[in-house]
Design a protein around this ligand. Structure first.
Ligand code: ZN
Length: 143
């Protein structure tokens, strides 16, 4: 059996707050509601963005700065623990005026214009991230 089973405790919905850093905002919402394990869905628009591509050979994130207004066509993420604190891992698909999309791993310095989020607070033994020597990433335990 793969994965851990959780039950949904409650669902929190709200607006993305204008001019806040998106990743820091998602983390602040999780902390404010005491969410230790959860799932995020969000969409809206940003004033500018920074996403990353993980270089699997070099094992480093390579940042992509998008210094222009973009739609968050889709945003997904989760909340788990890192060093005992709620930590958000999120990916976004961003689109421009012609509708073409690009995306990646959400990084700090992505600034909210407007939007909406849904956060599912999950009940169960919290997932905790730790460094994984096989990938160079912070990952959940296999079991
Ligand atoms: Zn990622």
């Amino acid at each position: 059996m793969h994965g851990r089973v959780f039950t949904s405790r409650r669902v929190i919905m709200g607006p993305l707050e204008r001019d806040r850093d998106l990743l820091a905002f998602l983390e602040a919402v999780a902390v404010a509601h005491g969410v230790r394990t959860g799932a995020y869905s969000f969409f809206g628009a940003v004033r500018r963005a920074r996403v990353a591509f993980f270089d699997q050979e070099a094992r480093v994130y390579r940042s992509i700065v998008l210094d222009r207004p973009l739609e968050i066509a889709a945003g997904v993420g989760n909340v788990s623990l890192r060093d005992g604190r709620p930590f958000v891992h999120a990916h976004v698909v961003l689109s421009g005026p012609d509708g073409t999309a690009l995306g990646g791993h959400l990084e700090p310095d992505t600034i909210i214009f407007a939007g909406e989020f849904t956060l599912w607070d999950l009940d169960g033994a919290p997932l905790e991230r730790s460094p994984d020597p096989d990938t160079g990433l912070l990952r959940w335990p296999a079991r």
